[in-house]
Write a protein that binds this ligand. Structure first.
Ligand SMILES: Cc1cc2nc3c(=O)[nH]c(=O)nc-3n(C[C@H](O)[C@H](O)[C@H](O)COP(=O)(O)OP(=O)(O)OC[C@H]3O[C@@H](n4cnc5c(N)ncnc54)[C@H](O)[C@@H]3O)c2cc1C
Length: 418
């Protein structure tokens, strides 16, 4: 079968790879000169099933309100801007801020994340793909007793759903991550270790996986901008681009935050809104001062991942439309916190700041699977966990296109839930 994958981020590339393993004739379209150059480029690098707790939670509306007027807040949201897509997304988000919805959404996200982590591990074993991966787990650190208690409560919910975590004292945190020794006594109350989670460079992974896919015959058409998707009689017939039309038997929409624009042409409403996040990448000048375990600072909503001789620090979210300009005010908290947690790792003089648009759904669950168009499949809306969920999501779409039943229950993961 000829399959056209729209988008060569980590999600589209993983989909193309698994379709190629099934023997399909696959073409991937992307406007960038190579795969993985938009949101998949410099993210937090965590394979973090442990972060399956959705953003929408009972306390979040109040907290977001308090942050509205703080330009360096971890979550910045300005509802007074003229932005109908944000208002529509925000109303759906509010409807998900109940304890029941929280539990349901956490289970759905974790279902995909755990499956995806297993698919990634199996893929690594099969192909020996290398992407600066570290497999020592993710350490969550807490600075206050209240946050630690809340973290343990979430940990208990995750454990009941299949993701166990170890509860650690500050000293045990230092045994796991010696570079935290200087903060352990004064500034840590404890930690949680998700030992099966991992980290690795999503862009490197995407590049390497694209090579493996190309070796199986996948054609990557880079520098091609998609203009519109054309339907006829309940099927998609072709995709119009700035360099010719592409026809196929099946189509996969994996355009990240830009997916809703193209779904709209087909009369489909995809509640995906960009949640802009930032990262910095610095050279590690003193390896003993830099982490070797991926760390999540639960107080400041930031993640730290060691990628070879580099340290990646990522965080913050801003709901401000499809705007990719880099605001130094949002970078500064990342630098400040990195210097405070890992002062000896680097002089932090040569920073590589970056921002990207997470394709966020109001319930934090991705949108996977079939559409009202018989030959159009959706693989988007992975929000904060697109790297974590890319391999599993790609495998699921390949299964659906092959007519196989996916290996996990698809209940609650599709577009029909909205
Ligand atoms: C600061 C930050 C930290 C993050 N940390 C983590 C983390 O630690 N772990 C994790 O799991 N996830 C993390 N994420 C989320 C993760 O990066 C995303 O969910 C993931 O990259 C989304 O992948 P994607 O393939 O759907 O989108 P993208 O990577 O954006 O791919 C979409 C592709 O579509 C192409 N495209 C768009 N429009 C067109 C068009 N008209 N024509 C042609 N091509 C087009 C783009 O060029 C792009 O290559 C983070 C995100 C950010 C911003």
């Amino acid at each position: 079968m000829k399959v056209l994958v729209l988008g060569a981020g980590v999600v589209g590339t993983a989909t193309a790879y698994f379709l190629a393993e099934d023997g399909h004739q696959v073409t991937v379209l992307d406007r960038q000169p190579a795969p993985g150059l938009e949101t998949s480029f410099a993210n937090g690098a965590q394979i973090s099933a442990c972060h399956a707790k959705p953003w929408a939670a009972p306390h979040v509306p109040g907290q977001a309100f308090m942050w509205m007027f703080k330009p360096d807040a971890p979550l910045l949201f300005k509802p007074w801007r003229w932005d109908p897509p944000l208002w529509s997304w925000g109303l759906k988000f509010l409807r998900n801020c109940t304890p029941d919805r929280l539990r349901t959404n956490m289970e759905r996200t974790l279902r995909v994340a755990l499956y995806s982590r297993a698919v990634l591990k199996a893929l690594r074993q099969r192909t020996n793909i290398q992407y600066d991966q570290l497999t020592q787990g993710i350490l969550h650190i807490y600075r206050t007793a209240d946050e630690f208690a809340e973290g343990r409560a979430t940990g208990a919910q995750l454990a009941a759903l299949g993701l166990p975590q170890d509860v650690l004292t500050p000293d045990e945190c230092v045994r796991v991550e010696p570079a935290l020794a200087h903060v352990a006594k004064s500034d840590l109350v404890g930690g949680l270790l998700s030992s099966e989670d991992e980290s690795g460079d999503a862009q490197k992974f995407t590049t390497e996986l694209a090579k493996l896919a190309a070796a199986r015959g996948v054609v990557f058409r880079n520098n091609v901008t998609i203009k519109r998707i054309e339907p006829l009689h309940g099927r998609v017939t072709r995709v119009i681009t700035d360099s010719g039309d592409e026809e196929a038997d099946a189509f996969v929409l994996a355009l990240g935050s830009y997916s809703p624009h193209f779904a709209r042409d087909l009369g489909l409403h995809l509640p995906v809104y960009p949640a802009k996040g930032y990262s910095i990448t610095v050279e590690v000048e003193n390896p003993a001062g830099a982490p070797t375990v991926s760390v999540t600072d639960e107080t400041n909503f930031m993640v730290f991942s060691r990628l070879g001789n580099k340290l990646r620090v990522a965080g913050t979210a801003e709901l401000a439309g499809w705007n990719t300009s880099l605001d130094p005010t949002r970078v500064e908290p990342l630098v400040r916190n990195a210097k405070s947690l890992f002062p000896a790792a680097s002089s932090y003089s040569a920073l590589h700041p970056w921002c990207g648009l997470r394709p966020a759904t109001p319930d934090s669950v991705p949108i996977l699977g079939a559409t009202p168009y018989a030959n159009l499949f959706i693989n988007t809306g992975h929000g904060t966990l697109g790297w974590t969920m890319a391999c599993g999501s790609g495998r699921i779409i390949a299964d659906l296109i092959a007519g196989r039943t996916p290996e996990i229950d698809m209940d609650g993961l599709g577009l029909s839930r909205f």
